[in-house]
Design a protein around this ligand. Structure first.
Ligand code: MTE
Ligand code: HPA
Ligand code: MOS
Length: 752
């Protein structure tokens, strides 16, 4: 089964924001941003800009009729800097011109003077200075302090993980068109149409019903458009209403990389205590999250770090503390895994170091501590249908970990300049927005008189295949050919109050809502069929493969005939349904609750080869056993797993975000920021679907897939580190991701 719009994509026919035929008179906006990391705006002069031919206006904070405030959770982010700037890349003004070239020229002519203030870039330094966005968050279970003395091994350490650029193929952008009555229609490349609508309403001082946000599809989001698509959409709307002309903003790649936030870098400390059997008795961790200059989604991301602090393990005594540190970098934001990967890298580093001290393989400790049925997470939820052990053991068996270890050892004994390393990486990821109220969605389904079906939901298609899944569930409920079904754009006038398509919940929430809406219509249709066929009460009526079946016998009433009959009998062929995830809650006063509908489990086996002379490495293979539940759309799920794994490997290995000591992004192009390509991708990538694992909490027994596989990439780090260790068994290991070729080379050849 192919993906929903793959054919269009391949033919170049899919329309992204910049491809949509712009209305006559569309103007272009280009952003002028802060060149310094921290300071006061002393003066700003647009006179030369306004003289450039084609310039229509310069928009600043002064033009805002409502609030100059785009903060989603915490109100700490201006749309345009008014007095102070807090990072290089912070928008100050928007130049509007009749074409792109003029808008760029106009920005170049702006003269601005700043009074520099001292910036802070390091989260630990921000913490020392008391620059926390919210008070520390703590999750705890048992009592770590009473257990340390009982431990045979106590290990402490520091772990660093770096940022990551989303590099969605379609850069941030929006097209805003004024509509009659003083309203505005915004076509936005956003994961959160309602966030755009709500914040546009706040900035424009206008009711939400005058703002229509439409999202045809995204050329990728990966979390980067959950919150951070809003600014550009709101700027376009503001300019469009001011000038009463359509306005388009499309960030050029380099500007997008400079101005938008990325994955949060973390600096972490840990203390882990084990007994001599390898059981982890206690684990304490401290996360210094580099939040950037404003909160954005940092607090929610910080919490997910705590939720995943113990990854796939049961640890009876845990204390995890997280600090949301304000720095002078662009506000860091959601990125696949949403703080989970950062937490998992810390616990895996702790286990790795402990294994080194104990003289055992890390997999020995991993296996000893895997979650079992009924085990309690540090947030109080207990596991249900726990498949941590099943995935781990199935991986060991299927990919024969023991004999692979023997083969790798033999290779290393014989090879001088190349060494191999292998690592297992178990993953346990919670499915639900940890902000409970976001776990809702709705669907609007229309059946037209020709039997074709149109579905609108809150889900945004960003390449993850949610549309293919929605089409699949609707075709199953109606038992009709999927070709009859079209998934419409995501539109706030058709589907209101949407949660962002995020937290891997898009297909679950909107899938359920679609099922419910389709069922409402199906029930009406069955009643119509019953009348049409003069069936009595005891007869069974079903639709199977486009035909009405009565008492399990096919009738001559087909789908189109049935629909027509319903229509002429004045039966509604439209339905709306709302779904909310039942039985989840999280109590922030206690930091406890059944926050997740369910968990996704899996284990990866990663092998890498390191070249001693060059410091380069190859990821030889990634072999995964993953719990997909009962997949609604296996091709899509496999694609999500493979893509996630490669993106995770990129974060851990090649992708290095570097700012200079004035907070300017140095890695702002693909020549300086290296992402995985086909040559880097693992030579072998095998993803095995765990069998007979229905999930009662997912539509048609499926499981969410978007984020969990990303974290298998962490195994790549340890495979590389293990190979490096083969060259220098006694040298202190570094837990500082990404493990770039440069770092490998330095580690292998420096004498410290
Ligand atoms: N896959 C593609 N191709 N493009 C994307 O932008 N985003 C990821 C994941 N997979 C993304 C993707 C992220 S961060 C999330 S949360 C989920 O898809 C969101 O979609 P879902 O909830 O429908 O799984
Ligand atoms: N995941 C993604 N986005 C979110 C979440 C989450 O858990 N909570 C709030 N926004
Ligand atoms: Mo995904 S980081 O929840 O958009």
């Amino acid at each position: 089964m192919r993906s929903y719009d793959s054919v269009q994509h391949v033919r170049g026919e899919s329309k992204f924001v910049d491809d949509i035929a712009a209305p006559e008179g569309t103007l272009f906006g280009y952003v002028f941003y802060s060149p310094i990391a921290h300071g006061k705006i002393k003066s700003i002069d647009f006179n030369e800009t306004l003289k450039v031919s084609g310039i229509h206006a310069v928009i600043t904070a002064k033009d805002i009729p409502g609030e100059n405030q785009i903060g989603g959770i915490i109100l700490d982010e201006e749309l345009f800097a008014s007095n102070e700037v807090h990072y290089v890349g912070q928008p100050i003004a928007l130049v509007i011109a009749s074409d792109r070239v003029a808008s760029h020229k106009g920005v170049k002519k702006i003269k601005a003077e700043f009074e520099k203030l001292k910036p802070v870039f390091d989260p630990r330094e921000a913490f020392e200075k008391g620059n926390l966005i919210v008070p520390p968050r703590i999750f705890s279970l048992g009592d770590v302090d009473s257990v340390w003395q009982q431990c045979d091994y106590l290990i402490e350490g520091k772990v660093e993980s770096g940022s990551q650029e989303h590099l969605y193929l379609e850069t941030q952008g929006a097209l805003a068109v004024p509509i009659e009555g003083g309203g505005v229609k915004i076509i936005s490349s956003t994961q959160g149409p309602t966030a755009v609508q709500k914040i546009a309403a706040r900035v424009l001082n206008m009711p939400m019903n005058k703002i229509e946000v439409d999202v045809p599809r995204l050329g990728g989001g990966f979390g980067g458009k959950e919150d951070q698509a809003t600014a550009w959409a709101v700027m376009a709307a503001l300019a469009a209403l001011k000038l009463n002309q359509p306005v388009k903003i499309i960030l050029p790649r380099q500007e997008d990389m400079r101005m938008t936030g990325k994955r949060h870098p973390y600096s972490s400390d840990y203390k882990i205590g084990l007994n001599k059997d390898g059981k982890i008795l206690a684990y304490q961790s401290w996360y210094y999250q580099n939040a950037g200059a404003s909160a954005d989604l940092s607090t929610a991301i910080l919490e997910r770090t705590l939720f995943h602090s113990t990854n796939s393990y049961f640890i009876p005594n845990v204390k995890a503390t997280a600090y949301c540190c304000r720095t002078n970098l662009p506000p860091f934001t959601a990125f696949r895994g949403f703080g989970g990967p950062q937490a998992m890298f810390v616990i895996e580093s702790a286990i790795h170091k402990a294994a080194h001290v104990m003289g055992v393989d890390p997999s020995f400790i991993q296996k000893k501590n895997l979650l079992k049925e009924g085990d309690e997470f540090p947030y109080g939820q207990k596991t249900e249908n726990c498949r941590a052990v099943k995935c781990f053991e199935e991986n060991e068996k299927r990919f024969d970990f023991q004999s692979q270890s023997v083969r790798v050892k033999k290779f290393n004994d014989e090879s001088k300049l190349y060494k191999k390393g292998i690592a297992l990486m178990p993953v346990c990821f919670g499915i639900s927005f940890t902000t409970t109220f976001l776990n809702q969605a709705s669907a609007l389904v229309h059946v037209y008189t020709d039997g074709s079906v149109n579905i609108s939901t809150a889900a945004v298609e960003m390449g993850q295949g949610v549309n293919a899944k929605l089409m699949s569930v609707a075709s199953r409920i109606f038992s009709i050919n999927p070709d009859r079904i079209r998934i419409d754009t995501t539109n706030t006038s058709r589907v209101a109050n949407t949660s962002p398509t995020a937290a891997s919940k898009g297909a679950d929430l909107n899938g359920y809502a679609t099922i419910d809406a389709c069922n409402l219509i199906l029930e009406r249709l069955k009643k119509v069929a019953r009348e049409l066929l003069s069936a009595d009460e005891s007869s069974t009526i079903e639709i199977k493969d486009e035909f009405v079946h009565m008492n399990n016998t096919k009738t001559d009433v087909d789908w189109v005939k049935l629909i027509n009959h319903a229509y002429v009998n004045r039966i509604s062929l439209s339905a709306q349904a709302h779904h909310s995830t039942p039985n989840i809650y999280f109590d922030r006063t206690k930091m406890k609750g059944d926050a997740f509908a369910y968990h996704v489990y899996g284990t990866a086996l990663v092998e890498a080869t390191v070249d001693y002379l060059r410091g380069t490495y190859v990821i030889d293979s990634v072999k995964v056993v993953h719990d997909f539940g009962t997949s609604i759309h296996p091709v899509t799920d496999r694609g999500q797993a493979e893509g996630g794994i490669v993106q995770g490997l990129g974060w851990m290995t090649l992708e290095e975000i570097i700012y200079n000591d004035e907070g300017k992004l140095l890695t702002d192009a693909l020549s300086t920021y290296k992402v995985p390509d086909i040559h880097f991708a693992p030579k072998e990538l095998e993803v095995h679907f765990l069998e007979d694992v229905p999930n009662p909490y997912g539509p048609f027994q499926s499981k969410a897939i978007g984020e969990p596989p990303f974290m298998y990439g962490i195994g790549g780090y340890f495979a590389i580190i293990n190979a490096m260790k083969e060259f220098k068994p006694d040298k202190e290991i570094i837990y500082n991701a990404p493990i770039t070729n440069e770092k490998v080379l330095m580690w292998l050849h420096s004498n410290d």
